[in-house]
Design a protein around this ligand. Sequence first.
Ligand code: FES
Length: 181
Amino acid sequence: MTRDHDELSLAPDGLPLCQQPQWRQDFPIDVAQDNYVSRREFAKFLVLISSAFSAGQFWILFKNWQRNQAAAPPVQKIANLADIPVGGTLLFRYPNEHEPCILVRPDENTFVAYSQKCTHLSCAVIPNVAENKIVCPCHQGYFSLDEGRPLAGPPQRPLPRIHVEVQGDEVFAISVELRSI
Ligand code: FES
């Protein structure tokens, strides 16, 4: 709904335009009309904002769906049992050559593996099996060895976990779990 121009004030003193000083007659800016927002314009604004918000949500859903559709990482042999004694660690790359990872054997039957990239600024983390921690030397970040969760320092997110499986006397990496909390 629009408002009739004549309904609006033309001057603060309320006098008609012909009685206004020359400068105001030359530039008859109606402040009230200038600031007036019709219901239709307001509704358009709300629809536009809602549409933009919905589009953003759909975009996030689409990206999540796309990520889930990405090819599953390969099952890859990463070690022989003999290569990694109890208390030992081993470096490997998974799921591709650009992703350094660490395999740790805290006890006879337990193997844990994580990405070696610190979740703060991607420095290489180092396992400390004796203290049950993984340490990032760049800014003194600490992660738990059994879960890869941040314990102290700047990192806020856990290390991506590499799921491993022992088959016979070989250890295989089977998937990557990206974790945000
Ligand atoms: S890069 Fe690891 S704590 Fe900063």
